[in-house]
Ligand binder design. Sequence first.
Ligand SMILES: [Ca+2]
Ligand SMILES: [Ca+2]
Length: 273
Amino acid sequence: MKNKKYVAKNIILCTVVILVGASVLPISSGYSTTDNINLYQKDSSYNDVLCGDANNDSLVNVGDVIYLINYVFKGAPAPDPLCQGDANGDGEVNTGDPVYLITYIFNGGKPPVTTCCDPILQNILFEVCHVNEAWGHTFEGFYVDKTGNAYSYSDVPLPGASWDETHTEETLQFRHSYNQQLIGTIDLNTLYEKYQLIQPASEGELSDRVIACMDYGQQYYVAYQYDSDSGTYTPVLLHDAGDYAQKNFAEEAEQLFEWLQTIDYTNPPCTYP
Ligand SMILES: [Ca+2]
Ligand SMILES: [Ca+2]
């Protein structure tokens, strides 16, 4: 029975590939790529993700089938975020998803699932913070939010905080409000990929804290674990560089540390040896 279904799915898929390749769409359906048929309204309350809307135009229709086929078979750009292309909700974006959409659009199959991406519940995901009291007061840094925007902040008139303090939304927003400037935007696929590294990074062992530079202060690289019940952010140390140095031995923490350096502070001082 399973084999029959598999063959049937591939016949449908091959038919569509051929039709798309020849720039001809199924005549009997009466639809074309330019038809603006709203088959499935976007639910903006669900973290702005509409499962199956691979081309991100807030509709699920044959345009998404074509987009997915071009992505899977021709190396065209991926849905952004990638998980939005997961129409059947199996956690992967592959040939099964355009097949699922074809069945839905043309054969009365089930609509796309309503949950395909882990919603990011927290507003702040990552932060790099430089604190130095050796030559006057320095408290500055940058953070990455859930929309992929990276903002710098500076001249925070607070005593330098240690990396391991738990924060509320308010305490983070307060220090981020000083001289806030947009310094970059991360695409959502990259952001989701990095977001998923936070949990494994939190399980990494920390090195000893060793003396490194003199008078630089500390530059903390952290990811945040968010507890939606208490509304608190618990920092996960990825790396600490400066007067003292400390690192997180998890591979995922190392990846996040290297990635954060590409956003700003590209040459962190005196990292862990
Ligand atoms: Ca679409
Ligand atoms: Ca899928």
